[in-house]
Ligand binder design. Structure first.
Ligand SMILES: [Zn+2]
Length: 286
């Protein structure tokens, strides 16, 4: 009888240790979590309205404030020029302001001088709005290319954060092929895979907590775990694009707010570290 009790206790302990929550707690501790917010007009180029900026942004900023999240807002130059009030609000709350190009146009579809112009114009617009030169960049539609890496590095940028399927962990690109690892000083910080990019539409029908745990478990071989989540201010509100774009906007509104809030409630007890793209650059240098 005594043996049976000891055996039962032993098995129960094993089950408890093996339960996913305890397992994840050990694995998640110390993970760097980056919330990156592509700050643009609503669902470009289809809508280009400002509901996300006017109504979604205050919701997002208050959720971040409640959970002590320091995030990176990658802003288009046109938003910086036209809505400096919003940029100042974000900046004063302690977040990083990066660039999302000037117009929301595909970078790789442009010539090198055109790309350079987009970088220079957006850098100036952000500097005018908040008085600080941006050092992080994400290409509209994640349309990065080799010329972009070289131009950004020349302009003093430290981080390029467009998503990319082959390398999903931060890396320094090769100057001849930005997808490969190399010796450039600029750091690529792509959005995490969960297995798709960690943006609301690609996580539809899955809990963000599960997506987060999956993304962390894929980095079990890394000393520094880095999870990059992508958001847009227009994903916090209901927007109405034509029917054929439904799959991109079905998560907009309460669905995204609820998933984001439950993930942050979960992470509140997990000892993760919220950092900006710029901060991650220096962490990865150490
Ligand atoms: Zn964008």
């Amino acid at each position: 009888m005594k043996k049976l009790i000891i055996f039962t206790v032993f098995i129960s302990l094993l089950l408890l240790i093996g339960s996913s929550e305890l397992f994840n707690k050990a694995e998640i501790k110390g993970t760097y979590v980056l919330f990156t917010v592509d700050t643009e007009y609503d669902f470009p180029p289809v809508l280009n309205t400002e509901k996300g900026l006017d109504e979604g942004m205050p919701i997002l900023l208050s959720i971040f404030e409640e959970h002590n999240v320091k995030a990176t807002f990658l802003v288009t130059g046109e938003v910086a020029d036209n809505r400096p009030d919003i940029l100042m609000d974000i900046y004063q709350k302690g977040h990083e302001i990066g660039s999302h190009s000037y117009h929301h146009k595909s970078i790789k579809a442009q010539t090198k001088p055109e790309i350079e112009n987009q970088i220079i114009l957006s850098t100036k617009a952000i500097e005018n709005a908040v008085g600080v030169r941006p050092v992080s960049f994400r290409a509209p539609g994640h349309s990065a290319c080799n010329d972009l890496m070289i131009l950004l590095q020349d302009e003093g940028y430290l981080v390029e954060a467009s998503a990319e399927k082959i390398n999903t962990y931060p890396y320094h690109p090769d100057e001849n092929d930005w997808i490969l690892e190399g010796n450039m000083s600029i750091l690529r910080v792509p959005v995490s895979h969960t297995p798709a990019y960690f943006y609301p539409p690609t996580t539809y029908n899955r809990s963000w907590i599960d997506c987060f745990n999956k993304a962390v478990s894929e980095q079990s071989d890394k000393d520094i775990k880095v999870i990059v989540i992508g958001l847009h201010p227009w994903e916090l509100v209901e927007i109405q694009p034509p029917d054929k774009y439904q799959s991109y906007t079905r998560a907009c509104g309460d669905y995204t707010i609820e998933n984001l809030t439950s993930l942050l409630n979960y992470l509140d007890n997990q000892n993760v570290k919220y950092v900006t793209l710029e901060e991650l650059y220096y962490i990865m240098q150490e």
